[in-house]
Design a binder for this molecule. Structure first.
Ligand SMILES: [Zn+2]
Length: 178
């Protein structure tokens, strides 16, 4: 297996490099990446090298909107089988802090989020992820659509918070044309 990765060395400087194929740890799965979206955050890092206090200080693999195929299981991983098509939740919380214990793991201050320095992202052939953060995809969903489950979930959550319903007229602000 070869693990080619797109590694950002600085603004406007992304190089293709070979990285070791990661070994899945306990309850992790090894995923062969098939599709990755480009998020606004990836563009920010690429253009400016930082987002607020998150600064790219050493080479970083971007990409966090991802799907792929499970190709190996770590010790104790039972939720997936090799060959499963999965979409990846990009933020892995610690599971032990107050926010995690309260069920708000999205607010975990210790979250390890793909493509947020210093955590490498998924513009690579292979990544590992905890089995709880890989979700099986239905066959009828394309690879590209499967990669977009994370941004879809952001939109669904925003609409729930806003109480919007089908048929509502809404203002979309912050969109950008490049
Ligand atoms: Zn936590």
């Amino acid at each position: 297996m070869q693990n080619r990765a797109a590694v950002m060395h600085g603004t406007h400087d992304v190089r293709m490099e070979d990285r070791p194929v990661p070994e899945p740890g306990p309850r992790e799965v090894l995923v062969e990446i098939k599709a990755v979206g480009v998020c606004g955050s990836d563009v920010h890092y690429y253009e400016e090298g930082r987002i607020g206090s998150f600064v790219v200080e050493k080479p970083l693999i971007l990409g966090h909107e991802s799907m792929g195929t499970v190709v190996a299981l770590g010790d104790g991983a039972t939720k997936h089988e090799t060959g499963d098509r999965v979409t990846l939740e990009p933020g892995i919380p610690d599971g032990t802090c107050c926010e995690c214990r309260a069920g708000r793991y999205n607010l975990c201050p210790n979250v390890r989020f793909f493509a947020t320095p210093p955590i490498d992202g998924t513009f690579a052939n292979y990544v590992t992820v905890h089995e709880d953060f890989a979700f099986s995809l239905p066959d009828e969903l394309s690879d590209n659509a499967g990669a977009l489950m994370e941004p879809l979930s952001v939109g669904i959550w925003a609409n729930r918070k806003a109480g919007t319903r089908a048929g509502d007229r809404v203002l979309i602000t912050g969109s950008e044309t490049v």
